[in-house]
Unconditional design. Structure first.
Length: 151
């Protein structure tokens, strides 16, 4: 399986905006266009189209915020797999590669994310990758999880 992460910009935005999730997932993640617009306002965000064997299957966005916490905070903030490709065991391989990219791209000791407690599938994936609940909540009330980077 070949996984590629391509920057989302005006050349592929229309294609990326066609990614869809199931209706019950809509309350768990912001629309891609909102994420993209946020990345234009805050250049620290990195929106990426995720291709598996040349097929667009997912979207991910991450970013480092130097003003959060003592040493800044690296957020794995958005992740979705198109509903046509959900259930095909793609989340762990994709997110494993994302974690490896973040380890190389950023010199941090922790990768943070937040998740709604009523999203057990996502929680299971994150825990499988080594993320652990912190007991803290983000500004939207989502439970925060952290991955300790080992170098």
């Amino acid at each position: 399986m070949k996984i590629e992460f391509i920057k989302v910009d005006e050349t592929n935005l229309v294609e990326v905006l066609k990614l869809e999730i199931h209706s019950h997932q809509l309350e768990m993640i912001e629309p891609i266009i909102e994420c993209y617009n946020e990345s234009l306002e805050k250049p620290c965000w990195r929106p990426r189209a995720v291709y598996v064997d040349g097929i667009l299957v997912a979207f991910v966005m991450y970013g480092f915020f130097a003003d959060e916490g003592e040493n800044g905070r690296l957020w794995l903030d958005r992740f979705l797999i198109d509903k046509k490709y959900q259930g095909q065991h793609l989340a762990v391989p994709i997110l494993s590669e994302v974690v490896e990219i973040l380890k190389v791209e950023y010199d941090v000791k922790v990768i943070s994310l937040s998740v709604y407690k009523n999203n057990p599938i996502a929680i299971k994936v994150y825990e499988k990758l080594g993320f652990k609940f912190t007991g803290l909540f983000d500004t939207k009330g989502e439970s925060m999880m952290e991955y300790k980077v080992i170098r």
